[in-house]
Structure formats: structure tokens, C-alpha cells
Design a protein around this ligand. Sequence first.
Ligand code: SF4
Length: 625
Amino acid sequence: MKGNTGTILRVDLNSGDIHRETIPEEWYLKYIGGSGLAAKYFWERGDFDAGATDPEAMLMIMNGPMAGLKMSGASRFSIAGRSPLTGHWGDSSCGGYFAPELRYAGYDGIVVSGRAEKPCLLLVEDANARLLDATEYWGLGIDTVHRELKARFGPGYRDLIIGPAGENRVGFAAIISENHHTFGRAGFGAVMGSKNLKAVVAKASNRKMAMVDPEGFKRVRREINLKLKESITADVLRQHGTAANLEGSMFKGDVPIRNFTSNFNEEMGGTLTGDALTAKYLTKKHACAFCSVGCKRIIEIKEGPFHISEGPGPEYETIVSFGSLMDSSDLAAACKAGRVCNDLGMDTISAGSTIAWAMEAFEQGDLTLQDTGGVPLNWADLATVIDVVLPMIARREGRLGALLADGSARAAATIGKGMDYTTHSKGMEAPMHDPRGGGHGLALTYAVSPRGACHVADPMLFMEMGACYWPEIGFEYELMPCTDENKPEAAVVSVAMGGIENSACICNFVDGDFSIPNWVDLFNTVAGYNWTASDMMTAGRRVFFIKRLINHKYGLTADDDRLTPRLLEPARDGEPEGIKIEFDAMKSKFYSLIGFDETLGIPGPESLVSADMKEEAQAVWTQNL
Ligand code: SF4
């Protein structure tokens, strides 16, 4: 089939062997690409006994069928495997310029296993791929290595780099592309680090990709471009980035404050918003490849204690993680913390959430100066966070670095205190959208997401904002954020759409403007799927199902689909105060609608067969009956 190349690069760092591998066409037809194709590959070829940072673990870098299209939002790709943060299935998504380069070089993905004897770098130049010594880069920050690789190979070479956090196998270590675009969630920087793989660099000599119906694709792209031109959301993102509407979100109760003890603070809404970022620090707008939205920011802070040189600016998640979540309204401090995380290679959501948890533990006396090695952890003390805590975590330095480097859930388990005020599901810290105000549906999808609490695994966040209307697939609800009404029904649609988004690898800031016919036309004109809307939704559900089956093999059950008490208790001084989420009732209805076994938390045999997963049904249910 077209769109995809049908080929991945298989790299064994134990032996140094690199070869091309052909992926069965049926896998593309059923699991598409990105995290869906990675899940299928892992299901078939993965070593389920390997720990996330063992040499046998697989690091899977996967494109979707749209990678390389000259179209807004199509430049994303996935990294997947066993997550070092959670210990079960994990995937992460990133934009930028690497995915198209890999596609033009002739690959749909790269799967790496083994461990190199010394630090290495994977260089991909069309059909030629080789390993180079990277000892000289080991220990260096991402900014420096990125500059050195550009100087050595040239500006057209696109990179993926880990920082000291990945080298030291921090549970939430990130992989950064082009010094700006981030595989933040689930800790795959630690997997790269465990393999002694400091960087991957790719360059293609052409810019061509085949598709089934180029004219048909142009028609659907024209329609999408017109929508993006008229879209208010796209315009707001273009003007002020992803933090554009922080003030409005604060009034809704979507923005967490002080480790989710509150979700309203008018002053923070004004000082931390994207409009303030534009007015004070923006020097340029930036975009992923071929994107007309361009939500990325380049900033500079010329003076003050948190001054930074011109470079990548923070997104909404970073601003809140190092702002209101730590009870701080200091935008410059949040920008600087984001830049430091970028250079050390750490996910800002998990880093910020883990530190905010530690601040509360310190306040409550659950963590003492003795536990922290003498480092005070006071609310809003961003200077200590930036100068002391983040570098200690990235290097697992001292008692504090060692305690926090594996995330808040493990830190709470280690000290035997404070688990009730962690803010995670399945070991992954929740993003900066408070389900009590942002929408009760988020509570449900955070809990059932295979990788842990996540707002981009599926589009529930946007559905509860009223941004989605898909009558072709039966989604015509008007969702009121702060009720449970219709949320299980919406979640069934949302997890399937999430399967589509994360396998096609389309940016969810862009695809909110796609209609269902737009989606179907893209698949059919680019790759020749010949799908109806219903076929597409079945594929999305299948992708969700296989990730759940992988987690089943790792021992997860229905019991793991839950949130910590902090995320469900009423926000103490926020709006809308006191509205209770009936989580168990929502979960039970979702299970029944999607056909999950209520104890195992996996699709029953009939649900699997209806998603055309007979073999998987047999494999799992023979074992469980
Ligand atoms: S909207 Fe932003 S994140 Fe999405 S593709 Fe465009 S520039 Fe990248």
C-alpha cells in the first residue's frame, strides 16, 4: 500500500547489526502506524520479560502514513515500548522535522534493541545507516549536542537527542528533536540512555513520497486549509501559542493550582497566560514542518534572575507545571524551568508534578530536610527548583535526586507517605487539565488510557470543550464539562478517535478542525485504505484494544483504571467547588459499552472479534477461561 514505505530499520546495538525489515501489509491495514503499529509490532515481537531499561527492551520510533505530507499537523510521530516510569505500555508523540525526513529516507520507523558497549549515535542517510562513536557527547546537555551535530553534519540533518536525565535513566527522561520538539511522556529518554544511544540523526536526499490519489489528497488538503484559515482555535494558537487561553481555562477550573488543591486563582490566570508570554518574551513564532498554525514559541528573557538567551519557549503544560502547580505566578521562572528541563532532557509535566508533590510533602512534614539532604522545598521557590532540584533529579544526585528521579508515585511508595496527594494514574502524572473543572470525562479517559493519565491519548479534552461534532459516527452530544452525563458514551468514541490520531500521527491542535469525511478521505487518498467511517472507527478501537492487551500481559487489571484521591476530591477553593465526580459509575458504564471484562479490564472475546482481532482473542482468552 502507498503512504507507508513498508520498511523499518532494525538496529541491534549488541551486535551492531542494522538491517531493513518489511512490515506485513495487514499490520498497516489493521493498526495504521505510529503508536498503533508500534503496539502491534511489540505484541508480535516484543520481549515481555524484559525490564524497560534492559538491553532486550525495544525502543520503537514509528511514523504514520501521513508523515512527509505537505500538510498542517502531519509531521508528528511516535515513540513506544515499555515505559520506565510506569513499567507497562507507554507511547509518546512529538512534532518537528524528523518524521518527514525519516519518511523521505525510505523508512516508516526504527526499532532499536540491545545495548552498545560505549555511547553511540545512529546516522541514517537514505539506504545507509551506521553507528558512530558518541563518547564526546555523553554527559552534555541537549542544546550543546544539537549545535555540535548541526555543525558536524549540516542544517538539513534532523536529530533526536537525550540529555543527562536520559543517560542517568530518570523515569521521566525525554527525547528532544531539533532542540525544541519533545517526546516528553513515559520516560523513553531513559530507554535510549540505557542503550548508550545518545542521538539519532537522519537525512534524506529527496523529498518525494508516493500516494494513491494525489489529486484527491490535494482536494481534501484544500478543504482542511480553508477550515484552518477560518478557525478561531488555529488563530488563537498562532497568535499566543498553546497557553493562549490560560485565563479562560482558569475561570473554567481547568488549571491546577498548588498540587491540585485548587483550580482558581485570578492573578495567575493573568500573569501566566500566552498573551503575557507574547507581550513580554516572544521573539519569533515557530512551527513544525509544513504547519500553517505554528503554535511553537521562540523566546528571550533579557534580564532578571530568570534570564535566558533566545531559544525554545514553553508550552501551556510547562507554564502550568512550573507555575500555578507550584503556587507561583512567575512566568519568567516557568520559562527558565522549561528551558532547563529541555536541556537536561526531562518531561516538564512529570518533573513539575513530582516536585509539586514534594513541596506538599515538605509542607505536611512527610518529607523533612533530612530526607531532602538539606534542600528546602517551599511553594513558589522556583530559584531552588531551577538551580538545585532539577539538576539533582537529572543526575540522580543526593537523597533528593534519587528520591524524585522515578516520579511521584514511586517517591511516595519509597517514603511510605503522601500517596493520597499524588496526582497520577497507572504511575504517570496527570497533565495540567483538572478533570474536576476541565471536564469529568477527562477523569474517565485519564484512568482508562493505556499509558496512564494523559490528555492527548484521545480527544476528550476537546470534546468537552464542545470543539467536536461528528454526526457520521454518532457523536452528536453537547457535553457539559462539570457533569458525568454522557461521558461514558463520549469516552467510547474518544478512545477510538485517539487510536486514529496517534496512529495516523496527526497533531490534535490541527485535527480538531477535521470532519470525519476529511479523516476518511485522507486515509483513502494517501494510503488507499478504502475505508468507510465505520471501518476507520473500528481500526481506532482496535489500536486502543491492543494496548490494553499488552498491559494485561504486564499484569494490569481493571483495578488499575483509577485516579488518586486528590484528583477526585472537590477542589478546595476553586470553581466549580463541590461538584462530585461519580467515577465508579462512569467507569462501569464505559466498561459495559465498550465490552470490557469488569475484573480483567480487557475487551471480552466478542469485542475483540468484532474488532477483527480473532487471534488476539484466542491468545488472551484461552489463557483466562
Ligand atoms: S499546531 Fe503546533 S504542535 Fe501542531 S503541528 Fe502545528 S506547530 Fe506543530
